[in-house]
Design a binder for this molecule. Sequence first.
Ligand code: NAD
Length: 287
Amino acid sequence: MFRSRNSKVLSALASVIFLEQNSWEFKMLKGKTALITGSTSGIGLGIAEGLAKEGVNLVLNGFGDAAEIEALRVRLENTYHVKAIYDGADMSKGDQIEAMMKHAAETFGGVDILVNNAGIQHVCPIEEFPVAKWDAIIAINLSSAFHTTRLAVPYMKEKHWGRIINVASAHALVASPFKSAYVAAKHGILGLTKTVALEVATHGVTVNAICPGYVLTPLVEKQIPDTAKARGMTEEQVKRDVLLAAQPTKQFVTVEQIAGTTIFLSSDAAASITGTHIAVEGGWVAH
Ligand code: NAD
């Protein structure tokens, strides 16, 4: 009798502790460090802002006007009370990536959340595709993630916690004509995601990809005038009939939605999600 009452009390206590632990676990991102490649613009900037809101310290990276980047860094620090540093490493250069990872380690000890996001695009038929563009896209959109990942993993293993999130694309799952290098790189990054996930699975480290559909960022905006010219369309027609043609929602995905998915994948709720992708593409690949 005493025993059974006692076990009831114990189980009630256990549920309270479980609930408290669970709500505490959702706040676990505070004080962690994220490195987001290509975070001076578009999706990367949205992810940096979203993680900073959760109390995550930042290593920003990407190109842009030095004064504007410094203003961004200071704004993120002051708004969210986190520490943010900037490293302008060129993601097409292995030695600069190594120096950036060293810079992050010297400042924060290491990187807990690695977001491989930097990317470029070039649209051209295969027989005219400039070789230099192919090399640049493979280097920035694919090989840079190999370098950051190989350098981030030892610290994550040591801490027995880590999140690697690769911003891939719906073009990691399906192809479109004239985007050979981009589609090849994005399919490649899914392969890297799965392979590294298997290698680090017992170390508290998850590796996943996010596959966005069209998000209206500078990368996409730059394609609109050329496509309009090439197809004899207005820019509005290009948005509706070309870009959003395959996106059943007929809405652009937002950077906030990609940031929210990144925060979810970083949380403990996603600790058992690894080696896979989340498509945030308005139903594109359901066709
Ligand atoms: P964006 O052009 O707005 O931003 C790209 C970022 O990468 C910028 O900060 C830029 O400075 C940086 N960058 C480019 N080259 C670099 C280099 N060599 N070294 C370091 N930084 C470099 O583009 P975005 O749309 O925000 O794209 C971000 C990622 O999302 C890319 O990997 C892209 O392929 C992917 N994506 C975008 C869309 C979309 O519709 N916008 C859809 C699917 C996937």
